[in-house]
Design a protein around this ligand. Structure first.
Ligand code: WQD
Length: 376
């Protein structure tokens, strides 16, 4: 039984990964400022993991446990705060074996207008985290990186050896953090670091209890499409019908968030079992699907119609972005197992059961926290 810390663990990828790690027998500590995550998601993760009622251990941290030793601890904190990080490393006797670092800002468009905030949260936040890891003797880190690093490359599929050519502040911060982690790994013996470059994580846990709940207008295709299906948005705009692709719409590598969560579990197990190393892996399906294919699969899988119009291309987009996932399979025996239809089925199960996302939180102590967070 190991104990791991998830920064940003109340967000979309973090919450699904936290559940997978709990089900694999790890104890999980989550530190999150709830700027883009939800304590309600944590309440539901505990429910899905079969953990007992929440106990409020202090004004800023809650724990849900079970008699067999399973434990989820939730700390409200900012990854840029040494004090918050020290609490996360020492809560319930400390002894954190590894960190999975999800905390960060990830909206490409927003990064163009708020570069200082993106560099502060994504890069300074990681520096603070690494300092805290040093104070607490922890040298094992899984980092949430991104395919956005590859920019608008023409390579299809994209291997990890492709040149890094980010084209927006968000991508530059991811490249900077990868550089930082490479330097740290080379600076002292003992570091075990995995850089996981996500392609397009989408979908939701099949229970429909947790899923993607972006703040405000979704930037990304899949959550926007789900909100159109739920009647929360009027119609989908397809950005470009004149790309050099089979049907003229953009092609991406969509992977089910549960496949992605399992990939984190595999990377963690590999780091804990093998000698110190720095590992860089693409996490994608290796299959590309166009926007219209996603729309048509969603409609066919869920028996509904999605209104859309084809409009001009979105600045900064590329025609095709598909992973070469062979290295992840070679190094950790991981590959995606779920199809685009699985993604559409599970994504709709979440959105149809939660049309307003987590904002319609049931009345629970954690739910009260949600209302405080969102000021509602
Ligand atoms: C997918 C396709 C759009 C919205 C981004 C980030 C990347 C990662 C995933 C964090 C494209 C089209 C989209 C819409 C559309 N995030 N589209 N209408 O741009 O591939 O990747 O999110 O790491 O870093 O760059 O994802 O979902 O925005 O777009 O037609 O309303 O859907 O043109 O072809 P993208 P996306």
């Amino acid at each position: 039984m190991t104990k791991v810390l998830l920064t940003g663990g109340a967000g979309f990828i973090g919450s699904h990964t936290g559940l997978t790690l709990l089900e694999s027998g790890h104890q999980v500590v989550v530190v999150d400022d709830f700027s883009n995550g939800s304590a309600e998601a944590m309440r539901r993760v505990a429910e899905l993991a079969g953990l007992g009622p929440w106990r409020q251990a202090s004004t800023e941290h809650w724990t849900a446990a079970d008699p067999e030793g399973g434990r989820l601890t939730l700390i409200r904190g900012d990854v840029r705060s040494p004090q918050d990080l020290d609490r996360a490393f020492t809560v319930d006797g400390g002894d954190i074996s590894a960190v999975l670092h999800f905390a960060g800002l990830k909206a490409v468009g927003e990064s163009m207008t708020q570069p200082l905030r993106y560099w502060d949260v994504n890069v300074t936040g990681t520096v603070r985290l690494l300092e805290a890891m040093g104070r607490h003797g922890c040298q094992t880190l899984v980092f949430s990186s991104s395919a956005t690093l590859y920019g608008t490359t023409d390579q299809v599929p994209i291997p990890e050896t492709a040149p890094l050519q980010p084209i927006n502040p968000y991508g530059y911060t991811k490249a900077a953090v990868e550089r930082l982690l490479t330097d740290v790994a080379a600076s002292a013996p003992g570091w075990r670091i995995a850089l996981l470059r996500y392609f397009n994580p989408v979908g939701a846990h099949p229970s429909g209890r947790i899923g993607e709940d972006p703040n405000g207008l979704p930037n990304n295709l899949f959550p926007f499409l789900c909100q159109v299906a739920a009647g929360r948005r009027r119609h989908l705009q397809v950005f470009g019908g004149d790309w050099p692709t089979p049907d003229g719409t953009g092609v991406r590598d969509y992977l089910h968030v549960m496949d992605l969560a399992e990939g984190h579990g595999r990377a963690l197990d590999l780091l804990l079992a093998e000698p110190p190393q720095r590992l860089t892996l693409n996490l994608g399906s290796g299959r590309g699907h166009s926007v219209l294919e996603v729309v048509q699969t969603f409609e066919a899988t869920n028996g509904l119609r999605l209104p859309y119009t084809v409009v001009a291309r979105r600045p900064g987009d590329s025609a095709v972005s598909v992973a070469d996932p062979r290295e992840a399979e070679r190094r950790m025996g991981w590959r995606t197992r779920r199809s685009l239809a699985d993604i559409c089925r599970d994504g709709w199960a979440w959105q149809s059961a939660n049309p307003q996302g987590y904002r319609s939180a049931e009345k629970e102590p954690i739910g009260e926290l949600i209302r405080a967070q969102h000021g509602s």
